[in-house]
Design a protein around this ligand. Structure first.
Ligand code: SF4
Length: 708
């Protein structure tokens, strides 16, 4: 029996795990008592990880390929699959240019995988058409951090959970989505009962049920709430004038805007009591340390960046940044959404928080990669929703999808399926064959999964942890970085035979070194981190420049921000309503979210019977008053429809949703339903700054399903 220290592959908490194995099978897992994210704790998903690895049912074990477009895929060898991928991509690039191909990758990938995909797209092919499913979950947070602080990344750390006097949860059901962090908060509140919890959420979630104050706002009214709170703070003298004068700019313009957002007016917009809004502002403003924790409820919105900025305004106005227990803390959903941001694995950014439009930044990256500067395109690539639109319209001909399931997770699924159906060439790199996207793949490249590969991930508090293989991958599955490198080598032989290979990496450690060197001198400098340091000192937060042994827990402690003049920027954030208001035909607000024990499209968590105990079946949840008015009973089959599409779900009745809204979990998909899931109905409208779609809200109607 051996024990291997690694990291849980589910969520952005990034819990350390100790994997027990007999050399061929994973036999157990326990929380790593030494890991600073979880100190030995695990949630239900983490504890059942061995069961996900035990079964080979629906595992992708061998490369597969269609020999003609309409045939079924057949098993082929790796050389045939990789040669075909390289040849088809090179042919399309020669005929239509580099922007005719695209990569759609995932926050499930390790940093080393992400680095190589970025090198392949931006360094070898010369397109910025590489985006990630993280676009769907945290791009509004990235954009807001950059606009307010001058650089991406939270200023906070997990230790702040234990030090905060006021915790404001905004659009985060942390009890379900980040359970181990929630346990840490619960433990802290037990020892410091005076700590105030404010939860902002249209639903009475399990997180809201624990709150001292639950602000059950109307969907999408977060900005009005934050502006109203700021109005109260300003006019009650609760802002930190010294901090504002020394470290920020833009307060005068913001003050003019929020003059109109009286607590009465803002509370009316939000549908809450004025006294509750004032209480929230008082607690936030008067507490020695106020921490906000936010997630999809702010980010997945057509105004997601403004929601983030309005919340950050509250922190800057009260000086609640850069000190223990305080700050705006965006929680990442996926295990390595943060690592993807570090390597620039998005269509709108370059490696190490560099900008695509900046000539010097492109030249720096090109020099590091050893490619001509002009190879790196100054044109931003297409972010997720626009990428699939371009695929449908034939502007993008070929797409390579790595470890994600867009036929389930993208908004407005009908056009996404159409895009995949009509694409010239679809490559899917996956560990599982039972995803909604797998049916569209011309080539399937089998990927190693959790417990089978090496690399690193970065969690929500900027902490880089090792991921280690405990057993060999089954069949012919290979690590994601290996697949990208092998295809890259073949593609460069066709496109740029004159250049020395960009893909001469033979293990994950060397890829990490290449990545870390590209960060030197940047705000996220990790020039001091290599695998040896992580082995010696354990998981580390960035920045950690060369010469340091331990990373920085908090950023901006001296009030110096990463902007050109060192000042943080307050932004004017007028309230805008949801992108698709309800009306007589579509009278319900559709709210979406997560279940406690499932993950994403359930390709991994759906393999564990135990994880269905908490919520055994899909459903659409409606308030008792709305159900009674329509004469509906729990368990009846309902058709939930928006202007775009719909699906049939059994009715659940609960006052956890407010009257006028319904709720559906995002996990259920084609494995369980005769449809792709709730995103049949969701809305593809994106935020104009972050390009993140409004997955959290759409207008729908709910009626008894007429079954054949
Ligand atoms: Fe894994 Fe997240 Fe649970 Fe930790 S909280 S065990 S990282 S799913």
């Amino acid at each position: 029996m051996t024990q291997t220290a690694s990291t849980c592959c589910y969520c952005g908490v990034g819990c350390g795990v100790l994997i027990a194995s007999d050399g061929t099978r994973i036999t157990g897992v326990q929380g790593d008592p030494a890991h600073p994210a979880n100190y030995g704790r695990l949630c239900t998903k983490g504890m059942t990880l061995p069961a996900t690895a035990a079964s080979l049912t629906n595992r992708a074990l061998y490369p597969e390929m269609r020999l003609t477009r309409d045939s079924t895929r057949q098993r082929v060898d790796w050389d045939s699959a990789l040669d075909t991928v390289a040849a088809r991509f090179a042919d399309i690039i020669r005929r239509h240019g580099p922007d005719a191909v695209a990569f759609y990758v995932s926050g499930q990938l390790l940093t080393e995988d992400y680095y190589l995909f970025n090198l392949l797209a931006k360094g070898l092919i010369g397109t910025n058409n590489i985006d990630t499913n993280s676009r769907l979950c945290m791009s509004s947070a990235v954009t807001a951090y950059k606009m307010a602080f001058g650089a991406d990344g939270p200023p906070t750390c997990y230790e702040d959970l234990e030090l905060a006097d006021c915790v404001l949860f905004a659009g985060s059901n942390m009890a379900y989505a980040h359970p181990v962090l929630f346990r840490r908060l619960e433990a802290a509140k037990a020892t410091r009962p005076a700590t105030r919890w404010i939860v902002i959420d249209p639903r009475r979630t399990d997180t809201a049920a624990m709150a001292d104050l639950h602000l059950q706002i109307q969907p999408g009214t977060d900005v009005a709430l934050f502006n109203g709170m700021l109005h109260h703070l300003i006019w009650e003298g609760l802002v930190d004038s010294d901090y504002l004068a020394a470290h920020t700019e833009g307060f005068a313009e913001l003050k003019k805007l929020v003059r109109d957002y009286t607590p009465k007016m803002a509370a009316e917009l939000c549908g809450i009591a004025e006294a509750d809004l004032i209480t929230a502002a008082e607690w936030f403003g008067r507490s020695p340390a106020s921490l906000s924790l936010y997630c999809m409820g702010l980010n997945q919105s057509a105004h997601g960046t403004d929601k983030n900025l309005a919340l950050i305004n509250l922190h800057l106005a009260t000086g609640q940044v850069g000190k223990p227990g305080a700050g705006p803390f965006s929680l990442t959903g996926q295990p390595n959404a943060m690592g993807g941001r570090e390597v620039g694995g998005m269509a709108t950014m370059l490696a190490a928080h560099r900008d695509i439009s900046n000539d010097q930044h492109r030249a720096e990256v090109a020099a590091h990669w050893g490619v001509p500067a002009e190879r790196l395109s100054p044109r931003p690539g297409l972010p997720a929703v626009a990428m699939f639109d371009a695929l449908r319209e034939g502007k993008i001909k070929a797409i390579w999808i790595a470890c994600t399931n867009p036929a389930h997770s993208m908004p407005d699924l009908g056009p996404v399926r159409e895009a995949l159906q009509h694409a010239e060439f679809v490559v899917l790199q996956e560990a599982y064959t039972n995803t909604d996207t797998a049916a569209f793949a011309d080539v399937l490249l089998p990927a190693a999964s959790w417990g089978e590969k090496n690399g690193t991930v970065t969690n929500s508090e900027r902490r880089i942890s090792r991921v280690r293989a405990a057993i060999a991958a089954p069949g012919e599955a290979r690590p994601d970085w290996w697949i990208a490198a092998e295809a890259g080598r073949r593609m460069e032989a066709l496109l740029h035979p004159e250049q020395p290979s960009l893909f001469g990496f033979d293990d994950a450690a060397r890829i990490f070194d290449a990545h870390s060197q590209l960060t030197v001198g940047r705000d996220l400098d990790i020039g001091g981190i290599d695998y040896a340091l992580l082995e010696r000192n354990g998981p580390q937060q960035w920045p950690l420049p060369a010469g340091m042994q331990v990373g920085l827990a908090r950023r901006y402690v001296d009030g110096m921000f990463a902007t050109i003049n060192g000042r943080a920027r307050l932004h004017v954030t007028p309230y805008k309503p949801v992108a698709e208001p309800t009306n007589a035909r579509y009278p319900f607000h559709l709210l979406t979210g997560r279940l406690r024990d499932q993950w994403h499209g359930m390709s991994r968590s759906g393999r564990v019977p135990q994880l269905f105990a908490h919520t055994p079946e899909p459903g659409i949840t409606m308030h008792p008053t709305d159900a009674e008015r329509r004469g509906l009973r729990a368990g009846e089959l309902m058709r939930v429809s928006s202007k775009r599409g719909g699906l049939v779900l059994p009715l659940a009745i609960s006052d956890s949703v407010p009257s006028g809204s319904v709720f559906a979990a995002m996990h259920w998909n084609g494995q369980f339903l005769n449809s792709g899931g709730i995103n049949e109905a969701s809305l593809g409208k994106v935020d104009g700054k972050s390009f993140q779609p409004e997955l959290k809200h759409a207008a729908v109607r709910v009626e008894r399903a007429e079954l054949p």
